[in-house]
Design a protein around this ligand. Sequence first.
Ligand SMILES: Cc1cc2nc3c(=O)[nH]c(=O)nc-3n(C[C@H](O)[C@H](O)[C@H](O)COP(=O)(O)O)c2cc1C
Length: 185
Amino acid sequence: MTHRNILGICGSLRSQSYNRSALLAASELMPQGMQLRIADYRQIPLYDQDLERAGMPSAVQQLAQDIRSADALLIASPEYNFSISGVLKNAIDWLSRLQEQPLKNKPVALMSATLGPVGGARHQYEVRKILGCLEALVMPRPEVFINLCQPKFDADGRLVDAAARKAVADQMQAFGSWTERMLAP
Ligand SMILES: Cc1cc2nc3c(=O)[nH]c(=O)nc-3n(C[C@H](O)[C@H](O)[C@H](O)COP(=O)(O)O)c2cc1C
């Protein structure tokens, strides 16, 4: 079986993030052969072209390197004000400035957990548009929206809702196939 390294990117920086917990659930529910590691990119500064001119920040280069060395990306992020989290957009804007595009041709799956009823759909469609600009290969479906999410996680942050766990497991199964299809020569 081919071994695939999946880089998890969380659009929320808080330690108790539901989206980080969703990434951990995905890690647990992934098919054999897929392995997830969560990126740490909190040191990336706010995008500033003056900073860029002075030299690409090392935290941006590190995230780019993490993406390049991963076979695929799993992005889990909350929706902020009906749209993408600023933290995630900022990181993507920096990455887009690199000479060699780390996101180009990279298989990607999206999921979101939110307290709201829509589960982050508006965020995900925004991310699809942005990643389309950068030629990433975003899996069209199955989609995962963990809405009204607070009771779906236990006090330790474990995803316990049966329907949500099945949705994540089904998505990870499909993501395994999507990754193989997208990386096939
Ligand atoms: C600035 C901000 C904007 C938010 N906007 C939305 C929103 O548009 N839709 C929604 O469902 N939840 C919204 N929320 C609530 C988030 O769903 C909730 O804070 C969630 O726990 C964030 O994800 P995290 O647990 O991974 O940090 C917002 C929260 C913040 C802090």
